[in-house]
Design a binder for this molecule. Structure first.
Ligand code: NAP
Length: 416
């Protein structure tokens, strides 16, 4: 067991700027607003952070899990951290009386923190561990300093041409460069060029849309689902740097890739495991990867049940609508929630979860069921409310089930 730290020593929480992909997940997750950012880095304010660890499991890269032992009076300031290109090295602790390294604390610095003793427990909506039978994921094999080079072998639109949703299916091939991935993982793309401050663009994160053996099995390739961003969150015209770069790529262009990322949003690997997949728009990417993994194994007869709730504005804006409809009905139970179809009232995925309460309940009762939610941030609470309603209306206790789903790595969220 680690000895308690002397009061003048701080186990300072830092973010590794070389691995961080600036996805904002940590800043959104931190319950006490200890994380902030400028145009360069995401950083942790040592005066606010209480070591509650809430930000650690959701970080897709693990860049958040860095700690240094420092004297409180000499903690790295927010301003100092904004200027970093890399983390400072480990330094022996110099006590203010000049006595040298504090006994028993200097070697702790590289270890993940166990959380500050007084930090409040933070309840995440989903699990912070993968399902027990998930395969081992590789992470951070390629970084900003050592990206892998991939070649574009396919780029085509998967929504109707006359709609506003310009969503592309992009296939990248790695040739002889090893790039092992699992369904549910993501990669980072480094767009070329510089930002307004003249600094190279940071990586943008995209979930894999293909299964572990590739979009085309055996060719060391993978696919992404990318929506061209043409407006900001307020609806004002804005050109997304990386999405436009990717959607405009031509065959044989090369792309710098980092990652892979993610070690929890992974599918179970045991026979008869059921998947409940809930997504909106391009959040369908990991669901396509998992579904395709199962489809390629239909003959084995080991798949459990697959139930999909998929939300989009209209059928014409729903990525992969054609191929999805061709899947056998006894293989996957498909439920489409269309929010802007003139011929029917607005429906969200959570409405369909309530409509299908009996079947949802049946799946929830099976300990072999894993649930995946991916897409818009706003759906997170809506989906949790819908699942809770289904359980409570059946006279069961949602709090107990929710805790079990989290503890057993069976409920996963990836929302932006
Ligand atoms: P979108 O077209 O804006 O929305 C998809 C559907 O979700 C629409 O029908 C929308 O309805 C509905 N919706 C809006 N608010 C909702 C809520 N609170 N609950 C449930 N449904 C709601 O979706 P998108 O632009 O494709 O965005 C998908 C999200 O997935 C993005 O945030 C993206 O960052 C994220 N994502 C992408 C990837 C990837 O690899 N590309 C991976 C993971 C996550 P209305 O708009 O009609 O209200």
């Amino acid at each position: 067991m680690n000895a308690p730290l002397p009061p003048e020593v701080l186990k300072q929480h830092l973010i590794d700027p070389e691995i961080c992909i600036r996805c904002n997940t940590c800043e959104e997750t931190c319950p006490i607003d200890a994380i902030t950012h400028d145009g360069n880095n995401y950083v942790v304010d040592p005066d606010i952070c209480n070591g509650c660890m809430a930000c650690v499991p959701p970080c897709p890269t693990g860049s958040i899990d860095n700690w240094r032992l420092v004297l409180r009076a000499e903690a790295y300031s927010v301003q100092e951290q904004f200027g970093w290109d890399e983390l400072p090295g480990e330094k022996p602790l110099q006590q203010s009386d000049g006595a040298g390294a504090a006994d028993g604390v200097a070697t702790e610095a590289a270890m993940p923190a166990a959380g500050a003793p007084d930090a409040p427990a933070v309840q995440l909506p989903g699990a912070s561990i993968p399902p027990w039978s998930a395969a081992h994921p590789y992470v951070n094999l390629y970084t900003h300093k050592t990206p892998a080079l991939a070649t574009v072998v396919g780029n085509y639109r998967v929504t109707d041409a006359d709609t506003d949703s310009d969503i592309h299916h992009i296939v990248l091939e790695f040739g002889s460069v090893p790039f092992p991935v699992l369904e549910g993982q993501s990669i980072g793309i480094l767009p070329p060029g510089t930002d307004a401050q003249g600094r190279p663009h940071h990586a943008r994160q995209y979930s894999l849309a293909s299964p572990r053996d590739g979009e085309r099995a055996g060719y060391n390739n993978l696919s992404l689902t990318v929506k061209r961003v043409t407006e900001d969150h307020q609806g004002q015209p804005a050109r997304g740097v990386c999405s436009n770069y990717l959607c405009d790529l031509a065959k044989n262009d090369t792309v710098q890739v980092i990652g892979p990322f993610g070690n929890t949003f992974l599918m179970p690997n045991h026979a008869r495991a059921n998947l409940m997949m809930i997504c909106t728009g391009t959040g369908s990417a990991p669901m396509r990867a998992m579904t395709e993994r199962c489809r390629r194994r239909i003959e084995r007869g080991t798949n459990g049940r697959l139930m999909l709730f998929f939300g989009a504005r209209t059928q014409r804006e729903l990525p992969y609508f054609g191929p999805l409809m061709k899947l056998p009905r006894d293989f996957i139970d498909i439920n489409l929630a269309l929010s802007r179809d003139a011929s029917q009232p607005r429906r969200y995925v959570q409405d369909l979860i309530r409509e299908r309460a009996a079947d949802v309940l049946d799946l929830l009762a099976d300990p072999n069921t894993c649930i995946y939610v991916c897409g818009l941030k706003g759906m997170e609470s809506g989906v949790l409310d819908a699942l809770r309603d289904v359980v409570v209306q059946a006279g069961q206790d949602w709090t107990i089930l929710h805790a079990a789903l989290r503890r057993e790595g069976r409920l996963h969220f990836e929302t932006y």
